[in-house]
Design a protein around this ligand. Structure first.
Ligand SMILES: NC(=O)c1ccc[n+]([C@@H]2O[C@H](COP(=O)([O-])OP(=O)(O)OC[C@H]3O[C@@H](n4cnc5c(N)ncnc54)[C@H](O)[C@@H]3O)[C@@H](O)[C@H]2O)c1
Ligand SMILES: [Zn+2]
Ligand SMILES: [Zn+2]
Length: 377
């Protein structure tokens, strides 16, 4: 069948919205009609080549963008169980095989099948279902390709949700919300009474603020250079705001009488070498600092090993907020239904697929918490 998608051929070029040819789903695969796709900063990193080796000008294959989506199942391939046409689903940017060592020990977010997420081809058999009009095979970001009206994905990349959940806000359950919520709740283990700093309160950081609030943090300090983001963070639970980490260090020192923060989530648009050092300065002894934001490939950071050791600090990374898609996406949907998780409020603006480049310009201008492509517009 023919469909339309935002495609990247050369790093740094705008997304090109074009028709493409889509094959039917094969064994273990599912054809979906996208309902909504969130404009995560990771797709902007991919467009700019931040994840590519230095001097590489183009991705290995032209690539359909987008990994944060909600969709309706159209057709299931042979052997797919638990999904039927008409079901509502959320995409998981980590495919979950359910079999590997990591899946079977409660760490679906580092599934071996999901680890090859940036390599082209289907996770099922490595071949391609998406083809450009020039005949070239198309890769699809995170094996999803959410910036497409239709896509074919592995059943391992989908999580079923209730049909009553509104599909536009539900798209945020695919990346921003679990990544941010889990960074605070799971990776940092935020508990009642904690002081939590979130550095960078865009889509991911706003969800981290909510993860801290829902899990009982007493003080939540949101750090962002953009005034709109700081004001917005207060509406999601931030109790204090700062425009830079340097300002936050003074503020947290005062608030905690020198103890500093129990947990720090580092979720700016791009993590630089000095960001990590600042985040560790904000972290109390025996506290946890979580690296959630992406750094450009090749970024190195200067750590103070003595401070890490003597202060018994934990510095850790996280994929997907260390959430298990199959349990945590439904859990977060329940928090939303119970009125605890503000989901619709995170969607600042809806766009047509053709306006994807305008949407990313608006993100760069600091105007969005989350922009979403609404395929019904
Ligand atoms: N770990 C994961 O699994 C995972 C998943 C998704 C996204 N990410 C990454 O998380 C990061 C955030 O993504 P997003 O979609 O929320 O981006 P975003 O653009 O919505 O938000 C980033 C925010 O950081 C702010 N910012 C920029 N420089 C800053 C600084 N020096 N100090 C404080 N704030 C600063 C911006 O004003 C913006 O509000 C990106 O690097 C993205 O690639 C990681
Ligand atoms: Zn994302
Ligand atoms: Zn697995």
């Amino acid at each position: 069948m023919r469909s339309r998608a935002a495609i990247l051929r050369t790093y740094g070029e705008p997304w090109s919205v074009e028709e493409f040819e889509l094959d039917p789903p094969r064994a273990g695969e599912v054809l979906v009609r996208m309902a909504a796709a969130g404009l995560c900063h990771s797709d902007e990193h991919i467009r700019q080549g931040h994840l590519a080796p230095p001097d590489q000008e183009a991705p290995g294959a032209p690539t359909i963008g987008g990994h944060e989506g909600s969709a309706v199942v159209v057709e299931v391939g042979e052997g797919v169980t638990g999904l039927s046409p008409g079901d509502h689903v959320v995409t998981s940017f980590v495919a979950v095989c359910g079999q590997c060592r990591w899946c079977s020990s409660g760490m679906e977010y580092i599934c071996d099948a999901g680890a090859a997420t940036m390599l082209p081809g289907m996770p099922t058999d490595g071949t391609f279902r998406h083809h450009g009009c020039d005949g070239r095979d198309l890769a699809h970001v995170s094996k999803i390709g959410a910036f497409a009206e239709h896509t074919v994905v592995s059943a391992a990349s989908l999580v079923k949700i209730g049909p009553h959940l509104p599909l536009v806000p539900a798209a945020l359950l695919a990346c921003a919300v679990p990544t941010g919520y889990g960074s605070a709740a799971y990776r940092a283990g935020v508990r009642g009474g904690d002081t939590v700093v979130v550095i960078g309160v865009g889509g991911i950081g706003t969800a981290a603020v909510q993860g801290a609030r829902i899990n009982g943090a007493a003080r939540i300090i949101a750090v962002d250079p953009v005034a709109f983001k700081r004001d917005s963070a207060r509406t999601f639970g931030a109790t204090h705001t700062a425009s830079s980490s340097a300002q936050a260090i003074e503020m947290v020192r005062d608030l905690t009488r020198g103890v500093m923060a129990d947990a720090v989530v580092l979720s700016p648009a791009v993590v630089t070498d000095t960001d990590v050092e600042d985040a560790l300065r904000l972290t109390r002894k025996a506290g946890t600092c979580v690296l959630t934001g992406m750094a450009a490939q090749g970024t190195r950071t200067g750590l103070d090993p003595q401070d890490m050791m003597l202060m018994n600090k934990t510095l850790c990374g996280t994929v997907f907020g260390s959430c298990n898609p199959r349990t945590d996406i439904p859990l977060l949907a329940t928090l939303y239904e119970a009125g605890r998780l503000q989901l619709a409020e995170m969607v600042t603006k809806r766009y047509r697929l053709d306006d994807v480049n305008q949407a990313y310009e608006d993100l760069a201008a600091g105007e969005l918490i989350r922009g979403v492509i609404d395929f019904d517009l």
